[in-house]
Design a protein around this ligand. Structure first.
Ligand code: ADP
Ligand code: MG
Length: 254
């Protein structure tokens, strides 16, 4: 099956039920080498959970995850547990779970644009700097697949634009597949090859231009989202009134 689809990582009818509640319902998703796949959807849609099941961090109720043999994955989680009172510099953050020499560390920090922050305390970093440090950490694994969960969440608009450019250039340079989660739509649409709109189940999917016109996409994100390429504002309002499944547990933190 892998050879047929050429996928690095696939979900096949992936379903997850927790305490009788369906979190993921028969989700199918493939990420191929050199491809940027972006999962979008309102908060509580199951995006992070999908990432976690695809990485094997959480078991499924039914369905399966097919992972390319010995696939090297770099993962930037949505939240990184930082303890303010434990002194940790960027260099140490990068080598917590992986051995790496100074040359490699310098190269990774150079690539993500923060070579000057090697000795900086992690708690002193801005949101964007921390994301770049975590991205450098993921790159140290020489990933064939890079997985980013809301990596641009904590970043201001300028920083966000640059981070997406950086992700695009990483894909080009390393030729890795990228699985990205976001609920910010503008750059998602600009940088992604394939967009999956998730709300427990896959509501719609396809190329950015296709998804943008899909009634299911408009239902989830509101009519304004359809104009998102033309005019993106950071504090865009979403209209989820028609999205029954998630209406009571989403909040927007921009
Ligand atoms: P998203 O990333 O799209 O905002 P999540 O994947 O974080 O959504 O969460 C989807 C839903 O699944 C949420 O309602 C969340 O509370 C629930 N959920 C996720 N993991 C667990 C868990 N381990 N136990 C109970 N509920 C969970
Ligand atoms: Mg999430």
């Amino acid at each position: 099956m892998l050879k047929a689809t050429g996928a690095l990582l696939s979900a096949r009818d992936a379903s997850l039920v927790i305490n009788g509640r369906s979190i993921l319902d028969k989700v199918n998703l493939d990420v191929r080498a050199g491809e940027i796949v972006t999962v979008i959807g309102p908060n509580g849609a199951g995006k992070s959970t999908l990432v976690r099941v695809m990485l094997g961090l959480q078991p499924l109720t039914s369905g399966e995850i097919v992972r390319h043999d010995r696939l090297r994955i770099g993962y930037v989680p949505q939240r990184f547990p930082l303890t303010a009172n434990v002194p940790l510099d960027v260099r140490r953050l990068l080598t917590l779970t992986l051995k790496a020499g100074d040359a490699e560390i310098d190269e990774a920090l150079q690539e993500t644009g923060i070579p000057h922050l090697k000795r900086a305390s992690v708690v002193s970093l801005s949101g964007g700097e921390l994301q770049r440090a975590l991205l450098a950490r993921a790159l140290l694994r020489k990933p064939e697949l890079l997985v980013l969960d809301e990596a641009v969440q904590a970043v201001d608009f300028m920083g966000e634009t640059k981070l997406y450019e950086l992700i695009g250039s990483i894909r080009k340079r390393h030729g890795c597949g990228i699985l990205m989660v976001s609920h910010d739509l503008h750059m998602v649409m600009a940088e992604s090859d394939h967009v999956v709109c998730l709300n427990g189940h896959v509501c719609c999917e396809g190329g950015p231009a296709t998804v943008q016109k899909d009634p299911e996409f408009i239902k989830l994100f509101g009519p304004a989202a359809a104009r998102v390429i033309a005019a993106y504002t950071h504090h865009h309002d979403h209209d989820h009134d028609s999205a029954d499944h998630c209406a009571h547990h989403h909040d927007h933190k921009h």
